[in-house]
Design a protein around this ligand. Structure first.
Ligand code: B12
Length: 216
């Protein structure tokens, strides 16, 4: 555990400048970038969510915390990125229609890139037809979807149905994640995998690429 109080506080307080400064200080001191994310930044966002639930925080505080988290991620991204020549696989990723939460998705993408995958980030509020078009354009092995709201979870199912209707379902594995999901839901909507954390995303994506190579 490498808990960095200054970084944690900066995110909970929604201070972009302090979050950035804390990350830079830690990197200069040689702290492992991944530990900064797992031990200070994610716990800070979890506690921000808790404060929101307890009605001590409201939407403006969520926005500020989200911005501080994003700012703190910036110097970490290149350090986690993989510099190998051939990607481990191609992935299309996005937050589903109606969902604007992208912190978890960005973290998943950073981790996947760090593990050598080429990731095409479709952003947030991604409509089913945009996923379909991206599969046609980029020919990925995996499609990653995120949903943070119970009301947007069903957009994952409509996206899978659209991929099926386009005749592309057999070409891609579908990996889903996001706080309100679970394995049962993933199975019900016909996804190929569910991951609770960004670390799970990497393990599952590796497994999916290997199994799709065996199938060919
Ligand atoms: C920050 C935040 C916001 C920010 C988002 C900023 C941004 N750029 O993302 C803003 C202010 C915009 C926002 C808006 C809203 N939010 Co909000 N938000 C949050 C908050 C506090 C943190 C989310 C977060 O970033 N967590 C940190 C990341 C790292 O975690 P994560 O996303 O879960 O991702 C991890 C895993 O789930 C997993 N994962 C994620 N995606 C994937 C994908 C794959 C493939 C895999 C394998 C794994 C995986 O890996 C990640 C890392 O381990 C949560 C509370 C919480 N604690 O979750 C509420 C929360 C999600 N929001 C909530 C609500 C209600 C809203 C609003 C409706 C508020 C409003 N009244 O307007 C709007 C909706 C906007 C919209 N249409 O999407 C509710 C949702 C309730 C529900 N179950 O439906 C929550 C749970 C708060 C609460 N306790 O009530 N929000």
């Amino acid at each position: 555990m490498a808990f960095v109080e200054k970084l944690y506080d900066a995110i909970v307080d929604g201070s972009e400048a302090e979050a950035l400064e804390a990350v830079r200080e830690e990197l200069r001191a040689g702290t492992d970038p991944m530990l900064l994310i797992t031990d200070s930044m994610i716990p800070a966002m979890d506690d921000v969510g808790q404060l929101y639930q307890e009605e001590q925080y409201f939407v403006p505080e969520l926005i500020l915390a989200g911005r501080a988290m994003k700012a703190a991620m910036e110097p970490l991204r290149p350090l986690l990125a993989f510099s190998g020549a051939k990607p481990a696989g191609v992935i299309v990723a996005g937050a589903v229609k109606g969902d604007l939460h992208d912190i978890g998705k960005n973290l998943v993408i950073t981790m996947l890139e760090g593990a050598g995958f080429k990731v095409i980030d479709l952003g947030t509020d991604v409509k089913p037809e945009k996923f379909v078009a991206a599969i046609r354009e980029h020919n990925p092995q995996i499609v990653c979807m995120t949903a943070l709201l119970t009301v947007t979870m069903m957009a994952m199912k409509t996206t899978i149905m659209a991929i099926e209707a386009a005749g592309l379902r057999g070409l891609v594995k579908i990996l889903v994640g996001g706080a309100p999901l679970n394995v049962r839901f993933a199975n019900e909507i016909g996804a190929d995998g569910y991951g609770e954390t960004s670390t799970d995303a990497v393990a599952l994506a590796r497994h999916m690429v290997v199994s799709s190579q065996h199938a060919n």
